[in-house]
Design a protein around this ligand. Structure first.
Ligand code: DGY
Length: 320
């Protein structure tokens, strides 16, 4: 008998075809995220679930899925899943790290460069044929990255890839992590550990790479932002809720820091009227850290492999 699997969104055709060889597949094609009521109704009787970052897989959903054996998320983040509860119910949870590490680090750097070199402002000038604003020798100035300090909050896989890019731009790298790296690794990576307060105080660019959890919820708040230089920038490609967004908006309005570049937000989509969309000292992207053709293909392959292995009682490639 084939396993019954629910997908809360469509995945690549090759992945669905692969899945159909072994499973009976139900794909939600409507509103994203799949409405909770519908999710609860459709997960009944399913053996496996493929979900995405906006699907809240809480105890209520897990309880509704009496036969569920495996949850495979198409993401490196799994904060949307009540992993503890799933584990208690004997459900294997898997995710897709590694394949998106470099891609997310690239987006982080794209945002850093777009922000400090004012690419978005420049694009507007060209489109509006407003070149006169750049003609003066002192007009339209931006900031160099070389000789600046890049602060990495969270030295996991993605943080370490961002370090490499920072070094290529001749930046000095400081970091803070729950666990300090071994001396030998610090030397190889060319990074120096700082306390959280000092990291915020010393960085010109502060880039967030910690996972979202109870411990990191609202971690970046007014208290920490006030420690930053007036000329400093915050970059977030991790999860929106790690920053207290109201505090950030206030800091940007009051010019407590120079700017921010964000790929993630407290609530997504943020909508047209969100104060961040009215600010010129920010660059915004729509949660696209992993969205390249190559990486999304790899993520799709991995999501399917993880699920099939778990359904067959084997260890998935990446188990949470
Ligand atoms: C992830 O994989 O967690 C990225 O944020 C994309 O959602």
């Amino acid at each position: 008998m084939k396993f019954k699997v629910l997908l809360t969104r469509k995945l690549h055709d090759f992945a669905i075809n692969e899945l159909r060889k072994r499973c009976q597949v139900h794909i939600h094609m409507g509103k994203i995220p799949m409405p909770k009521k519908k999710l609860i109704a459709k997960i009944k009787g399913k053996d496996g679930l493929i979900c995405f970052p906006y699907d809240i897989i809480d105890s209520e959903v897990i309880d509704a899925a009496r036969n569920l054996k495996a949850i495979s998320t198409f993401s490196v983040g799994y904060d949307q899943i009540d992993v503890k509860y799933a584990r208690k119910k004997g459900i294997i949870v898997s995710y897709t790290p590694e394949v998106l590490t470099k891609t997310t680090a690239d987006l982080t750097f794209a945002l850093i460069l777009a922000l400090v070199r004012r690419i978005v402002d420049g694009d507007r000038i060209v489109r509006q044929n407003n070149w006169k604003v750049i003609f003066g020798a002192y007009d339209f100035l931006s900031t160099d990255l070389n000789k600046k300090t890049l602060g990495i909050l969270g030295m996991g896989r993605i943080g370490k890839e961002v370090v490499k890019r920072g070094l290529a731009f001749d930046m000095k790298i400081l970091y803070h992590n729950r666990k300090k790296l071994p001396k030998k690794e610090e030397k190889v990576l060319n990074v120096k550990y700082e306390t959280l307060n000092n990291l915020f105080g010393k960085s010109d660019i502060l880039s967030i790479h910690v996972p979202y959890s109870k411990e990191t919820h609202g971690l970046v708040n007014t208290r920490l932002i006030k420690k930053m230089k007036k000329t400093a920038y915050i970059i977030n490609t991790a999860r929106g809720m790690i920053i207290n967004e109201k505090d950030l908006v206030l800091a940007l309005k009051r010019k407590i820091i120079a700017g921010a570049a964000l790929d993630v937000y407290s609530h997504e989509p943020i909508g047209k009227t969100h104060p961040l969309t009215k600010m010129s000292n920010v660059v915004l992207s729509p949660h696209i850290g992993s969205s390249t053709t190559e990486t999304r293909n790899e993520m799709a392959k991995l999501t399917i492999k993880n699920l099939i292995l778990s359904l067959n009682g084997k260890n998935p490639i990446y188990r949470v």
